[in-house]
Design a protein around this ligand. Structure first.
Ligand SMILES: C[S@@+](CC[C@H](N)C(=O)[O-])C[C@H]1O[C@@H](n2cnc3c(N)ncnc32)[C@H](O)[C@@H]1O
Length: 366
């Protein structure tokens, strides 16, 4: 399998390179209105925003910032197929403007705007972000009533484009092969994600995360597995360092990104160069966790009932029988961005993707 990953250093308020109905999923995290680190970006999109902030008109600046984001949301409704899903990661902002402290609720403003564009809201997910506990209650004393709660979560707002779900031909292989495990379903479709500081988190930690506000790898990776099938294209109109494209490469989906700041493409190139190892690590972790789940079930005397067609382990439901993982093998640059080749990973010999001694059917990863 070969996947394509386009990168456009361009303004996503006009998705000029994309035809109508050309992407199946959107996963993105915009600059957050009223968070100071993004003031300059919004000021470049509309200079009136800088003036409003300077004169202390917080509510007016907030409205104008969402007007700019709304141009991208309008374009998304054009390029996303009917029934396609849009996942918007956003946090609310607390801010002191003109000596008045308040919260600016980005999530509710974005929900209103998507509804107006004809999207159907689906249940949202909250994820708990790591907060430096020392600084957490700064400025908040022990005396009532003027302290306020710390924002420790962000939202993943989820919308369907239009009233109808996507349909597939019966037994569509690209959909059945893209199944996830039953126990993954139980975690991923919870509306509260508290455990995304796992091993994969380090892929986007440190200085890089500070500078770019990159979201943890798990967020786009899980969303892509939840809401797209093989062969689909995932769009990130606020691409940053391209975490969404990395996740699409590991999940063997196509991707396309829009980003204003060219410097981030170098950061992405460094991350993408590691894609081969990264995909093996991720698939290894998913398989190891599933095997552990099976062992536990066996110990409890309730082993999963169904045999996976491509693997030597059982699975819990019929829908998981055709699950098939792909490993990223090679990456090359193209005119539009990158192309990645993938090979199906089957383990009838119970060989692990990371086990270099195993008798793999793919000479490529021994
Ligand atoms: C929160 S960051 C995204 C971080 C990204 N999820 C990652 O993992 O690196 C938002 C990004 O949107 C970009 N941006 C803001 N307005 C834009 C626009 N109109 N078109 C394209 N990119 C834009 C900013 O430069 C910034 O890199």
């Amino acid at each position: 399998m070969r996947t394509e990953h386009g990168v456009h250093i361009d303004d996503s308020r006009e998705l000029d390179h994309l035809a109508d109905d050309s992407v199946e999923l959107v996963v993105t995290s915009p600059p957050y209105p009223m968070i100071e680190m993004w003031d300059h970006v919004f000021g470049e999109l509309n200079e009136e925003i800088t003036q409003r902030l300077a004169e202390g008109a917080g509510a007016a600046a907030f409205e104008l910032m969402h007007e700019e984001l709304n141009k991208t949301w309008t374009e998304i409704s054009r390029v996303l197929v009917d029934g396609g899903i849009a996942c918007i990661n956003v946090g609310d902002a607390t801010r002191n403007i003109d000596e008045s402290f308040r919260v600016y609720q980005n999530h509710s403003r974005i929900i209103d705007n998507f509804e107006e564009l004809g999207f159907e809201p689906l249940p949202e997910i909250l994820w708990r972000k790591p907060v430096n506990s020392g600084a957490k209650f700064m400025g908040s004393g022990m005396l009532p009533p003027n302290a306020y709660a710390t924002l420790e979560h962000e939202y993943i707002l989820i919308f369907r484009n239009g009233a109808q779900q996507r349909t597939f031909e019966p037994k569509a292989e690209r959909r059945y092969n893209a199944a996830y495990f039953w126990e993954e379903r139980n975690e991923w479709f919870s509306d509260l994600w508290t455990d995304i500081t796992g091993t994969l988190q380090r892929l986007s930690e440190g200085e890089l995360r500070e500078r770019s506000a990159a979201f943890p790898f798990e967020i786009p990776y899980q969303l892509i597995n939840m809401y797209s099938v093989y062969g689909d294209t995932v769009l990130d109109p606020f691409w940053g360092t391209g975490t969404t494209s990395l996740a699409a490469m590991v999940a063997a989906r196509n991707s396309v990104g829009y980003e204003l700041q060219e410097e981030f493409t170098n950061v992405f190139a460094d991350r993408a160069a590691e894609i081969r190892g990264m995909s093996r690590e991720v698939i290894h972790e998913r398989l190891t966790e599933h095997r552990e789940f099976v062992r536990q079930r066996e110990n409890e005397g309730e082993p999963p009932e169904y045999i996976a067609e491509h693997y030597a382990f059982p699975v819990t439901t019929k829908q998981e029988k055709h699950i098939l993982f792909y490993l990223a093998d090679t990456i090359e640059t193209t005119k539009e961005g990158y192309a990645v080749t993938h090979s199906a990973y089957r383990d009838h010999a119970d060989v692990d993707p990371l086990d270099s001694r195993g008798q793999s059917t793919h000479a490529d990863f021994t």
